[in-house]
Design a protein around this ligand. Structure first.
Ligand SMILES: *[C@@H]1O[C@H](CO)[C@@H](O)[C@H](O)[C@H]1NC(C)=O
Ligand SMILES: *[C@@H]1O[C@H](CO)[C@@H](O)[C@H](O)[C@H]1NC(C)=O
Length: 411
């Protein structure tokens, strides 16, 4: 007892110099995948039909790791995103790959965060006055006179790695009506939970590699668009894209296990040219599809992108389905064009929409009319898997996708 106190005091003392690495002491190769209860809840909720019967027929299947399922930010439906706890959960649920969105700190160290500037909603940074004071935009409470929403903006580039490592991960969210820091931070959507949001362990990109490798899973780092003007103190966008790859090389990870992604086409082309072994699995995240005109342009651009060496496109999954004239969910023009150009498709992100009873919103944009219960998400996944033939699906709760993939005999 006493010695452990001394050790922990020492550890605290050390963090001010060099942040202690999250220890990943053992490999988890023999860990049994467990999908838990949620897939069964969704299947029970499905409309009657052959897909429901097929999924029910798998209820006693042995769960296996599935390459088809990617842990999107880990398993953030219930765990604070991009924390060790979230990644462990994704691994236990059988995700074949786990995502670290890569951002950099003021001292240019790579860390896992969805956005360069989301520390005010994904961590407890505002509760530390000396760190909160370093935020790009400090906290302003809701103003009842003008009705102006509460706000703050805290970026990884505002603080050093050592400071970053003192933070706790929390469920992403904020309350625009917050009149205090505590009430501002209390904004978890009702379909998520704060049950596991005790103090999520933040990770460097390097630590994420170690953790994910301990489960022998694949990696899908995303080069997050910087919020600061590049170059940042001499650090160029190419340096950033290269540093991400370098950390896999340093860890001895085979390029076939790495699926680097970016919304910036220049990053994708950089990897294709400078790091071809990694670049051939580079994932072009396509947000052009978010407007009707952009969707048409994106669809038209696919043959040229394929010719330029892009092998994998990843739009939000709504862009890969549509309704035909009989209101049947079918592959979209974009999906058909990508396949015709010989490209693979990856979808994002399943389990991110909460309750589907009113049509599902953004991720179900072209099929909203036929979505009216949570079980409908399996109907959409089935079209994506069997008709669009997507390679993989990101999910905020990978278990749901793992259950489906195991049942359908997908890898
Ligand atoms: C904020 O307050 C307004 C006005 O009272 C209310 O309509 C809105 O639902 C509140 N938002 C949240 C997230 O609580
Ligand atoms: C679509 O392409 C046209 C023709 O090249 C261009 O003028 C337009 O700005 C593009 N729109 C979007 C949203 O990308």
């Amino acid at each position: 007892m006493r010695s452990s106190i001394i050790i922990s005091l020492l550890a605290v003392g050390l963090t001010s110099a060099a942040p202690a690495e999250v220890s990943v002491s053992k490999r988890h190769d023999s860990f049994k995948v467990q999908v838990g209860d949620r897939p069964y809840f969704l299947i029970d909720d499905m409309d009657d039909g052959s897909l429901k019967r097929k999924l029910e027929s798998c209820k006693n299947q042995e769960s296996k790791i599935s390459k088809f399922a990617i842990g999107h930010r880990g398993a953030p439906l219930m765990y604070p995103e991009h924390t060790a706890e979230s990644y462990h959960a994704a691994a236990r649920q059988g995700a074949g790959a786990i995502e670290c969105d890569v951002a950099f700190t003021k001292d240019r160290k790579l860390v896992c965060r969805h956005d360069h500037c989301d520390l005010h909603t994904t961590t407890n940074i505002l509760t530390f006055p000396e760190l909160a004071a370093k935020c790009t935009t400090p906290f302003t409470p809701y103003d009842p006179v003008t009705g102006k929403a509460a706000s703050a903006k805290c970026c990884t580039t505002d603080i050093t790695l050592a400071e970053f490592k003192t933070l706790c991960g929390k469920m992403d969210g904020s309350n625009p009506n917050g009149t205090t820091i505590a009430s501002y931070m209390d904004g978890t959507p009702p379909y998520r939970t704060d049950l596991y949001s005790t103090c999520g362990t933040l990770l460097t990109h390097k630590e994420s590699i170690k953790l994910i490798d301990s489960y022998n899973r694949d990696f899908t780092p995303e080069c997050k668009t910087p919020a600061v003007k590049m170059p940042f103190n001499g650090y160029t966008q190419e340096n950033f894209a290269q540093d991400i790859i370098n950390e896999y090389k340093a860890a001895g990870i085979h390029p076939s296990r790495v699926w680097p992604q970016s919304f910036l086409p220049a990053d994708v082309f950089y990897w294709i040219k400078a790091e071809p072994k990694f670049g051939k699995q580079a994932v072009y995240l396509d947000e052009r599809v978010d407007t009707p005109e952009g969707y048409a342009n994106a669809t038209a651009s696919l043959p040229a992108l394929a010719k330029a060496g892009v092998k994998i496109m990843a739009p939000a999954f709504f862009a890969m389905t549509k309704l035909d004239k009989n209101n049947k969910i079918v592959p979209s023009e974009y999906a058909i064009a990508a396949k015709k150009a010989g490209m693979e498709l990856i979808g994002w992100s399943f389990e991110r929409s909460g309750f589907l009873k009113t049509g599902g919103g953004y991720y179900y944009d072209y099929v909203n009319e036929v979505i009216n219960n949570d079980g409908d998400m399996y109907t959409v996944l089935d079209v994506l898997a069997r008709e669009v033939k997507i390679l993989k699906m990101f999910s905020d709760w990978p278990a749901t996708v793992v259950y489906y993939a195991n049942c359908m005999g997908l890898p």
